[in-house]
Design a protein around this ligand. Structure first.
Ligand code: FES
Ligand code: FES
Length: 205
């Protein structure tokens, strides 16, 4: 007889309840038990179970990057990643990148460069850019193009590139809040911006 169905084993059944989550992640700095089908993609867990809807569904086949989060500091596409694959790992989503009072330098730069258009791809773009700057604080245009494989149907690629350069420049001179940010339309306080803007023209058009 299945011990779960035997009255003599009620204590055992209660102790090994299937309700007890087997998975746990550290989500945006907090230990988070996951009580979901281990095969459920991380994106579904984030959005539908944990109600963190900043991470977006685009293609569902690891092609567009709208669902990008950080897994142990690396940019990863959460739509094709069973949650069991990230058991015990540190997951960071757009919800923890910055706050209105203390935005991430990339978010300051994104606003200054007026990057978002419809906005749908932008949380994934920002998470990919944040992972890039974490490992490479001063990326070249080639570094950015290699890292930023996210798709944007609004064609914000040149602005994304300019904003990443701006955020890198801001970090270099210690701009850490929106109060310190350069005014809209102005460039970050470093040299080479005009040349870089010129170089941006025509990229990924
Ligand atoms: S939704 Fe994950 S890569 Fe497109
Ligand atoms: S801003 Fe519209 S898809 Fe990228």
């Amino acid at each position: 007889m299945n011990p779960r169905h035997c009255p003599d084993h009620i204590g055992i059944v209660a102790h090994s309840s299937p309700q007890e989550p087997d998975l746990e992640i550290t989500l945006n700095g907090k230990p988070t038990p996951i009580d979901s089908d281990p095969a459920m993609p991380l994106l579904w867990v984030l959005r539908d179970v944990l109600n963190l809807t900043g991470t977006k569904f685009g293609c569902g086949v690891a092609a567009c990057g709208a669902c990008t989060v950080h897994v142990d500091g690396q940019a990863a596409k959460s739509c094709v990643m069973p949650v069991s694959m990230v058991n015990g790992k540190k997951i960071k989503t757009i919800e923890s990148l910055g706050t209105p009072d203390k935005p991430h330098p990339l978010q300051i730069a994104w606003i200054a460069e007026q990057v978002p258009q419809c906005g749908y791809c932008q949380s994934g773009m920002l998470m990919a850019a944040a992972a890039l700057l974490d490992r490479n604080p001063k990326p070249t245009d080639a570094d950015i193009d290699a890292a930023m494989t996210n798709l944007c149907r609004c064609g914000t690629y040149q602005r994304v590139r300019a904003a990443i350069h701006r955020a890198a420049d801001m970090a270099k001179v210690g701009v850490t809040s929106s109060a310190d940010r350069p005014p809209l339309g102005a460039r970050a306080p470093s040299g080479g911006s005009a040349a870089r803007e010129a170089a941006n023209v025509g990229v990924r058009s």
